[in-house]
Design a protein around this ligand. Structure first.
Ligand code: CTP
Ligand code: CA
Length: 225
């Protein structure tokens, strides 16, 4: 393969990337999950590696074959993903959060299978830690890139997250009815940073990942000259 042009090279840059969904157990046989396939994250991990980065991928459960990265850490729950990331964050220069992390988990998983009894069942959920926010707030913080999958008001919410989580970049996409996003081969992204933005139009996720990786590399290198 041709080596990437200087401006988009990530040679020697240590990347930590989360991908896939998390599973929050209800009992030994059931969990709360989400529709993330992990495809965009895996493709991005490979694209960043193609640019010369050393990539550590922390992945929730997916049906994908392991991508060619330097280290693959498999986790299941948000708390496991949190622990895997926080123990490795000191060794990374660039953190990319593509994972669809469950915001809430059941307060406690039942020890045995929950049996069917009354007509209604109420689950009590508690908040999971926000991995991306914690990484961005750590010192020294790596260059941080977040994702925002939204069903509406994409730009508003994405810019809010960029600011509130103190991120360096955020990639936003519209999910749900008839659009790209989860469970699709194609996706489109709007990418924002503090003083700029770029729209990456609808294309297959492999190409989109390559374009996003190049854009991340460009912004990262502008910060680390
Ligand atoms: N994220 C994370 N840890 C969490 C929740 C989210 O690291 N517990 C990361 C995601 O990987 C993504 C970004 O934060 O890069 C935004 O996730 P999103 O779900 O869109 O935002 P939230 O802050 O959870 O807000 P909400 O779900 O209410 O829109
Ligand atoms: Ca969320």
């Amino acid at each position: 393969a041709l080596s990437p042009p200087e401006a988009s090279s990530l040679k020697g840059v240590r990347v930590l990337l989360t991908a896939g969904p998390t599973r929050e157990p209800l009992d030994p046989v059931r969990f709360l999950g989400n529709r993330s396939s992990g495809r965009m994250g895996y493709a991005l991990a490979e694209s960043l590696a193609d640019l010369g980065a050393r990539v550590v991928l922390v992945s929730g459960p997916t049906a994908l074959t392991g991508p060619s990265v330097d280290e693959l850490v498999r986790v299941e729950t948000a708390l496991e993903m949190h622990a895997a990331v926080m123990s490795r964050v000191v060794d990374c220069d660039l953190f990319v959060a593509t994972a669809a992390v469950a915001d809430y988990r059941p307060e406690r998983a039942a020890e045995g299978k929950i049996k069917k009894s009354s007509e209604e069942l109420t689950l009590r959920l508690v908040r999971n830690p926000d991995i991306l926010s914690e990484v961005a707030a750590s010192t020294p913080a790596p260059f941080t890139v977040g994702f925002a999958a939204e069903t509406d008001r994409v730009a508003d919410y994405a810019l809010g997250k960029l600011r509130d989580k103190r991120l360096d970049m955020i990639a936003a996409n519209l999910v749900g009815a008839e659009r790209g996003g989860f469970e699709r081969d194609e996706n489109a992204l709007s990418v924002y940073w503090s003083d700029g933005s770029r729209d990456l139009p609808m294309m297959n996720k492999t190409r989109l990942a390559a374009e996003l990786a190049a854009l991340i590399a460009e912004r990262y290198r502008e910060r680390h000259v």
